[in-house]
Design a protein around this ligand. Structure first.
Ligand SMILES: [Zn+2]
Length: 141
């Protein structure tokens, strides 16, 4: 959020300093990406519109299309460890006046996070089995 304001103030100063000394910003556009947002600001004095700034970090998942927002992956990772499904999570967010993410997007990320978690667990188990085998060989051999 702070980065967005700094970008808007700096680019406004670079482009409009001669015509508008003191900007007065309001939100120009806002776009939801799951529970992440991106915004642009508009100066009410001179009409300057800032670049669109993402208020989330992106993660490359290797999937086609738009990059995933880290907050959305974190949400799914957190939900794996809770007795709360997608529908209840969306209802909870709506009750809290937080626009809920699309259920289809949540499903895709849930599948991605579940797959990655399974891979991690398999790798962890493989490592432990190797350690036990090595202990047997060294301990009883
Ligand atoms: Zn201005």
């Amino acid at each position: 959020m702070v980065e967005m304001w700094n970008i808007a103030i700096q680019t406004h100063a670079d482009e409009e300093a001669e015509v508008c000394a003191v900007p007065q910003f309001k939100i120009n556009t806002e776009e939801k990406w799951g529970i992440g947002w991106k915004y642009s600001l508009k100066c009410l004095n001179c009409g300057y519109i800032s670049p669109v700034v993402k208020l989330y970090k992106e993660i490359t998942t290797g999937k086609r299309g738009r990059k995933a927002a880290a907050v959305n992956i974190n949400l799914q990772a957190g939900l794996l460890d809770m007795p709360l499904g997608k529908s209840r999570t969306r209802l909870l967010q709506a009750d809290l006046d937080i626009p809920p993410p699309a259920e289809s997007g949540m499903s895709k990320l849930s599948n991605y996070v579940s797959s990655k978690t399974t891979d991690l667990n398999n790798e962890s188990m493989r490592t432990k089995v190797e350690e036990v085998k090595n202990d047997k060989i060294c301990g009883f051999g």
